[in-house]
Design a protein around this ligand. Structure first.
Ligand SMILES: NC(=O)c1ccc[n+]([C@@H]2O[C@H](COP(=O)([O-])OP(=O)(O)OC[C@H]3O[C@@H](n4cnc5c(N)ncnc54)[C@H](O)[C@@H]3O)[C@@H](O)[C@H]2O)c1
Ligand SMILES: [Zn+2]
Length: 455
């Protein structure tokens, strides 16, 4: 662009664009967009724009920041012969080679959900001992009620007492979404940003919390009100953790999987419609299930689609700058519902109740047929998910949508299914539609929180 003189009524403005180049260990501004790369060591992607008016001078810095992170589905993560847990986040082959050659012990600070530690603690300890790791394991009661800044500070104090090198020693979080969210926030605060690794042990965190960039804790009685958009260096996913998870928590995770199916992937919906119950019964474990190869294929197909569809939506919008997000389906009313009834509803259960109501809104707007609506509700009930809750009142729905208007740029941006496996965002759902959908939803589904539709 170079130097431009603009005449703007009675003010004169001088705008200048600078590139940034490095030569001999120092960065300097260079006028204009095009820089001869042969004469400098390096050209930055950052720019500085200088605007001088009669009144003042403003420098605008444009600094593109790139986040790179891996999501790896693997097996036998805690087998001492598998080095993924310790080295799987490293992409540079030379760096990997150097670490493997050197005899120096690796250092790892590990935060693990207390319940997960009770089951997997001995295996984890054996893994670290066998691999000669200098480690500290911090087992904590990372429950939704404890998902607070206090817990973050407790972790930070312990990290501070550990000889961690933030360039080489990522903090490891092992547990469900609560543990991963809290540790992620602690890591993004420690020394302004310390790399961390997520190891999900619940289905919900396997397909959702591990895949994206968000960290957070509850604050001022609001879900995840404090947090950061800092992705982990890597997430290592091993389905075998799910074998010890309760049936209710498998069902809970299936709700987020169904969300992706309903907004983006008809094939995944049909898979859950047909095999959702089998996945629930077997906890995604092929061995000893009697289903053998068929289950293995179905389970990996389901997680694979859920993860890739989620990544498609998240990667171009990591910091959620675009407010039109299909992945918000099921998350308009559920945050208030979840906080209101805590701890009686799990996250995925609250999400499912929200989705169930929205399916009625879609039907009422003529976006879904009666048959499609019934198929969706039947699928939810088949996976033992709640489809109605008495605390989800019309007042709560209206208050949630009002809140959404406030925080979503004045538009409600309501994702609604427009057929099986596809959805669009709507801003114009009238109170009459919301209300008549609510009445039908209550009439048809409030039977002991089950459904009138035959599962
Ligand atoms: N960051 C994100 O993008 C994101 C996305 C979705 C949800 N979340 C958050 O995740 C949280 C919900 O996560 P969750 O459903 O995983 O709940 P959770 O972390 O509370 O874990 C559920 C329960 O299962 C136990 N558990 C975990 N793994 C186990 C295992 N392998 N065997 C036996 N017991 C096990 C835990 O001790 C806990 O009691 C919510 O706070 C939600 O806000 C975050
Ligand atoms: Zn969610």
């Amino acid at each position: 662009m170079g130097k431009v003189h603009l005449q703007d009524n009675d003010t004169t403005e001088k705008k200048t664009e600078f590139s940034l180049v490095r030569a001999k260990d120092t960065w300097r501004r260079k006028l204009g967009k095009n820089v001869n790369k042969d004469t400098v060591d390096c050209v930055s992607a950052a720019k500085i724009y200088e605007v001088v008016t009669v009144k003042d001078t403003t420098w605008t810095v444009v600094c593109p920041i790139v986040f790179t992170y891996k999501v790896t589905e693997t097996q036998d993560l805690l087998d001492p012969n598998n080095d993924t847990l310790l080295l799987g986040h490293i992409s540079d082959p030379q760096q990997l080679e150097e670490i493997k050659k050197s005899n120096k012990s690796l250092q790892r600070f590990i935060v693990v959900d207390q319940e997960v530690y009770k089951i997997y603690g001995p295996k984890l300890t054996e893994y670290l001992e066998t691999n000669n790791v200098l480690y500290k394991i911090l087992a904590l009661p990372t429950t939704e009620e404890n998902k607070s800044m206090d817990m973050v500070l407790k972790i930070l104090e312990e990290i501070n007492n550990f000889p961690l090198d933030r360039r080489t020693d990522p903090i490891i979080a092992i547990g469900g979404g609560v543990c991963l969210d809290i540790v992620g926030l602690a890591a993004s605060l420690y020394r302004r940003r310390t790399p961390y690794i997520r190891i999900p042990t619940t289905l919900l965190s396997y397909i959702d919390a591990s895949v994206g960039a968000k960290t957070g804790v509850n604050f001022a009685n609001c879900k995840n009100k404090l947090g950061a958009y800092i992705p982990p260096t890597a997430a290592f996913l091993d389905l075998s953790f799910l074998q010890t998870l309760s049936r209710r928590h498998i069902s809970n995770g299936l709700a987020e999987m169904l969300k992706m199916a309903l907004v983006k992937h008809r094939g995944l919906f049909e898979l859950l419609e047909k095999h959702g119950r089998m996945l629930l019964d077997t906890k995604f474990q092929a061995h000893n299930s009697g289903y053998g190869q068929n289950l293995l294929q179905t389970a990996s197909q389901a997680t694979h689609i859920a993860i890739t569809t989620m990544l498609e939506e998240l990667a171009p919008n990591l910091w959620e700058d675009d407010l039109n997000r299909l992945v918000d389906f099921g998350h308009l009313i559920s945050p208030a519902l979840e906080m209101k009834v805590l701890p009686s509803l799990l996250h995925g259960e609250a999400v499912n109740i929200d989705m169930s109501y929205m399916v009625y809104v879609s039907k009422e707007r003529g976006l879904l047929s009666e048959e499609e609506k019934q198929r969706i509700i039947r699928c939810m009930v088949g996976m033992e998910l709640p489809v109605w809750n008495k605390e989800c009142t019309m007042e709560l729905i209206q208050a949630s949508l009002q809140d959404r208007l406030k925080h979503s740029g004045g538009l409600v941006r309501m994702p609604l299914p427009v057929g099986l496996g596809q959805a669009e965002i709507f801003n114009n759902t009238s109170y009459e539609i919301l209300h008549s959908a609510y009445e039908k939803w209550c009439d048809e589904l409030n039977v002991s929180s089950g459904s009138n539709c035959d599962p």
